[in-house]
Design a protein around this ligand. Structure first.
Ligand code: S3P
Length: 428
């Protein structure tokens, strides 16, 4: 579907963004594994989380909407039933990789499949360490890609450091570790999002986390919870950049999760001179949440690399838009992981921003942007079917003179179905 957007005069108002996608997936999965009924308030309702819910319904888990809550009847660590047909993970890498870990230790056969984009994403990063734990998984093209066939088996814990900084790999191993014999020990060269560790600890798992490693000892049942999902900082990021680059703007974004493993976008924008005020900071459901007030600012260039990358990996496409509107030469390095997301996001954002007249050069592990205020041209661009590319281009369109046409704009429903309505609500 095409969407036509015009330059914004300014951005004003107060919004709540959609619920955190990473936490929502984990809340569904861990609730299904708990001994009894959990409730999830403010679960993300989007295509990716629908995929996770559908997979668990197929494995005998009752998931019911009760008012504004989702009730999930957990069946315990070994209570899932063999699905009668393939588990369709749609576009969701998180669903596929996390289920790969969980299903390796369930005593039944299952097949995980996904859409065209997901079928091209690397799966050996989870399959290899899971095989070291005793998992029996095979996949297309020498077990590199989905569809994946899993024959549940008896697992044993391992000590592992992933060559890629990935919370999905870490979580897949922890989910496998819940049903393994002996401890599962994971160390990370660069810390990645830690929602799983926080949630498992709250549910009573035997888990020790220190600065060097995560150790999970099996044997304890998971206690059901009342989960409360905060707003997604990865969704808030589009509006943080938007209100920063459109002159005369002021926007309040309420209830945003600002977990320190996820708040790189706040740090990066502040380094660029953005005016962000973090207010009303509080902790709920084990996660720090705040309201963020953002007003427009003259942004300057910044260099982003190293340990910062996993803290803002999903926000890099929209950060490229901020860089395009900032004065000077910005760089992003060490972000090769962006090439194996829903699309090759380095290539996608470079090609689409170039169409808008941005001086952006593709690098193997990132990009170089020479920005200046008011240099973006309205034109026809494409989301490549990637939700975060669609929303990044929509932000860029707000500072272009004239009419921008975005094709495949429906992709936003993967993580943020209300994006277009919210954008219209605060734009004049
Ligand atoms: C996610 C981890 C990240 C992130 C993805 C969600 C998660 O992926 O990009 O959108 O929920 O664990 P990687 O684990 O591949 O870095």
């Amino acid at each position: 579907m095409d969407r036509i957007l015009n330059r914004a005069k300014h951005i004003k108002g107060e919004i709540n963004v959609s619920a955190d996608k990473s936490i929502s997936h984990r809340a569904i999965i861990l609730s299904a594994l708990a001994n009894g009924d959990s409730q999830i308030t403010n679960l993300l309702k989007a295509e990716d989380t629908d995929s996770t819910c559908r997979c668990f319904s197929q494995m005998g888990i009752s998931i019911k909407q009760q008012g504004n809550k989702l009730a999930v009847s957990g069946k315990g660590l070994q209570g899932l039933k063999e699905p009668e047909s393939i588990l369709d993970c749609g576009n969701s890498g998180t669903t596929m990789r996390l289920l790969c870990g969980l299903l390796s230790g369930q005593q039944f056969f299952s097949v995980l499949a996904g859409d065209k984009s997901l079928s091209r994403r690397p799966m050996s990063r989870v399959i290899q360490p899971l095989r070291l734990m005793g998992a029996e998984i095979t996949g297309r093209n020498n077990s590199k890609y989905a569809p994946l066939a899993i024959k549940g088996s008896k697992l044993h814990g391992i000590s592992y450091q992933s060559p890629v900084a990935s919370a999905q790999v870490k979580t897949a191993l922890l989910l496998a570790g819940l049903n393994a014999e002996g401890a599962t020990i994971i160390s990370e060269k660069t810390p990645t999002r830690d929602h799983t560790e926080r949630m498992l600890a709250a549910m009573g798992a035997d888990l020790v986390v220190d600065s060097k490693e995560i150790r999970l000892y099996p044997g304890r049942d998971l206690e059901p919870q009342d989960f409360l999902v905060p707003g997604d900082i990865s969704s808030a990021a589009f509006f943080l950049v938007l209100a920063s680059i459109v002159p005369g703007s002021e926007l309040m974004i309420r209830n945003v999760g600002i977990n320190p493993t996820r708040d790189g976008i706040i740090e990066a924008l502040k380094l660029m001179g953005a005016k962000l005020n973090i207010e009303n900071q509080r902790v709920f459901g084990g996660e720090t949440v705040a309201d963020i007030v953002v007003s427009s600012a003259e942004l300057k260039a910044v260099n982003i690399e190293g340990d910062m990358i996993p803290r803002l990996i999903d926000e890099l496409p929209v950060l490229a838009v901020a860089m395009a509107a900032a004065q000077g030469r910005s760089t992003v390095k060490n972000a090769e992981e962006l090439r194996v997301k829903e699309t090759d996001r380095i290539n996608a954002i470079v090609i689409e921003l170039e169409k808008m007249g941005v001086d952006i050069i593709e690098q193997p592990d990132g990009f170089i942007v020479t920005g200046s205020r008011d240099n973006l041209k309205a034109t026809e661009v494409d989301s490549w079917g990637d939700h975060r590319i669609a929303m990044s281009l929509a932000v860029a369109a707000q500072v272009c003179h004239g009419e921008t046409k975005i094709s495949n704009s429906q992709a936003v429903s993967i993580s943020f179905p209300e994006f277009w309505d919210l954008l219209a609500q605060i734009t004049s």
